[in-house]
Design a protein around this ligand. Structure first.
Ligand SMILES: [Ca+2]
Ligand SMILES: [Ca+2]
Length: 468
């Protein structure tokens, strides 16, 4: 029997072979915005219902310890799609268009790389950051190359939760049909593509926007999680006391958290997030059904990821924008006909920057040189394989978190540090950085920090009305 990988490796050396691949290896690339580990198969929240995400995890490989390159949309997605870390591109914030970075101006994105190997690239919804879609990455996009998601219905009176001056930091059940939701329209567009056979192998992006704020989804999703019964996250009131000033500035305990408490909205916020997660899960289910019912199921890898995590009060912090577990831990699963037994769980520490080389490897196309991550195929085949890589998360220039299976180490630009032994302290409550006996551990973890931190790339105008 021909060894498929050796065969592909030798075929890759033949010019022109991949220009018209005989061997069809499609990719369905699903992203979910702002989804933390509150999904059933990751066990992040006891109440949550995510039957479709759990179904996909059961079909493939679930990476239980995956972390983002940056804990906010634009830099996380720019890094994932280009294979260039924020510390190398200078794209750290949501207002920096990646193509204005001198490093990323001509970057070959994952879809562009696949295109040179014969793929079609289409997509809908939020794959790149909302304000900065990347037309060079796509042959066709829904709703358009300039607008990457359809509009959503809103409650009649805003803010619905009564917290003033917080823009879309808002939640409410909607008297709307699911068919009116932007994510539903995106899912339908993707389903239509999955229903057909295509001339060329495809890379098909499906960006689900919920559970990004505002948490307005049809009322039936809210009714699944009565506010008086939801489980609140476990929070230690004095958790920030041993966190350095730089970390307390990220947590901003006097900001969202104080407002949520003042307005008695904690339970309702958790309800809104859970409701939005289950709505997103249902949209994923529609897309997966579309794949399974169509002609492409046997030759399509499904790669599903969320762009970062989310705090709902832990460390007295809300949203993303931090370097702790709640913000860096995200969802990553891969179900592929070519690698990984159904129902595999892998607990090794991996990064969203590993997605680029994993997808090229799954597709059997030559690896793109210079990308930051590593193919996860060895872990898909053997989830316990040795894996000595840490996951690096960067928030703003010079602020980094290094995550390994046991440790989280944070170093802020000014030099302040945090260290948590997750084996003894999974909530990251006890900062060991200043305690005696951890010098060697810290020195080892520092080796995963980048050698240099690129200066921030230029900011760009964000058109009004465009979602972030
Ligand atoms: Ca996001
Ligand atoms: Ca603490």
């Amino acid at each position: 029997m021909i060894d498929r990988r050796k065969f592909l490796a030798s075929a890759a050396a033949m010019p022109g072979y991949f220009a018209a691949p005989r061997d069809r290896r499609n990719v369905l690339f699903i992203s979910i915005d702002d989804l933390n580990d509150w999904i059933g198969c990751l066990g992040g929240h006891p109440d949550v219902k995510t039957p479709n995400l759990d179904r996909l995890a059961g079909r493939g490989v679930l990476f239980t310890n995956a972390h983002c390159a940056a804990p906010l949309c634009n830099p996380s997605r720019a890094s994932l799609m280009t294979g260039v870390l924020p510390s190398a591109s200078g794209v750290y914030q949501n207002n920096q268009p990646m193509r204005r970075s001198r490093v990323l101006a001509d970057a070959v994105t994952l879809p562009q790389h696949l295109r040179t190997h014969g793929y079609s690239m289409t997509g809908g919804g939020k794959i790149y950051h909302g304000a900065f879609p990347d037309p060079p990455s796509w042959d066709e996009y829904f709703p358009s190359q300039q607008q990457n998601q359809p509009l959503n219905p809103e409650p009649p009176k805003l803010p619905a939760n009564g917290i003033p001056n917080t823009a879309h930091f808002d939640w409410s059940g909607l008297d709307a049909r699911v068919e009116e939701m932007g994510d539903y329209k995106t899912a339908e567009w993707v389903r239509a593509r999955l229903a057909k056979r295509h001339d060329r192998p495809f890379f098909l992006g499906c960006g689900i926007y919920k559970p990004h704020l505002p948490w307005y989804v049809p009322r039936r999703f809210f009714e699944m999680y009565p506010a008086d019964k939801v489980t609140l996250p476990e929070v230690k009131a004095d958790d920030l006391d041993d966190v350095p000033e730089a970390g307390r500035r990220m947590a901003k305990p006097d900001g969202d958290h104080a407002k949520v408490i003042k307005h008695g909205q904690w339970r309702k916020a958790v309800q809104g997030y859970l409701a939005s997660i289950t709505f997103a899960d249902e949209m994923v289910g529609r897309v997966l059904d579309g794949l399974e019912d169509g002609p492409n199921a046997g030759d399509t890898s499904v790669v599903l990821w969320s762009d970062h995590g989310w705090h709902l009060g832990e460390k007295l912090h809300w949203r993303k924008f931090s370097l702790w577990e709640e913000a860096t831990h995200n969802v990553l699963m891969v179900a592929s006909p070519w690698a990984g037994k159904a129902g595999t769980r892998c607990d090794r520490t991996v990064s969203l920057s590993d997605i680029y080389p994993t997808v090229t490897d799954l597709c059997g196309v030559p690896a793109k040189g210079g990308v930051a991550g590593r193919s996860l195929l060895p872990l898909m085949r053997n989830p316990k394989a040795e894996w000595r890589h840490a996951a690096l998360t960067t928030y703003g220039r010079g602020n980094h978190s290094v995550r390994t299976e046991r440790w989280r180490y944070i170093r802020y630009a000014g030099g302040a540090e945090e260290l948590y032994d997750r084996m003894a302290d999974a909530m990251e409550w006890r900062n060991l950085a200043g305690k005696e006996g951890y010098e060697e551990v810290k020195a080892e973890l520092r080796r995963a920090l980048p050698a240099a931190d690129e200066a921030p790339s230029p900011v760009g105008k964000v058109a009004p009305g465009i979602h972030d």
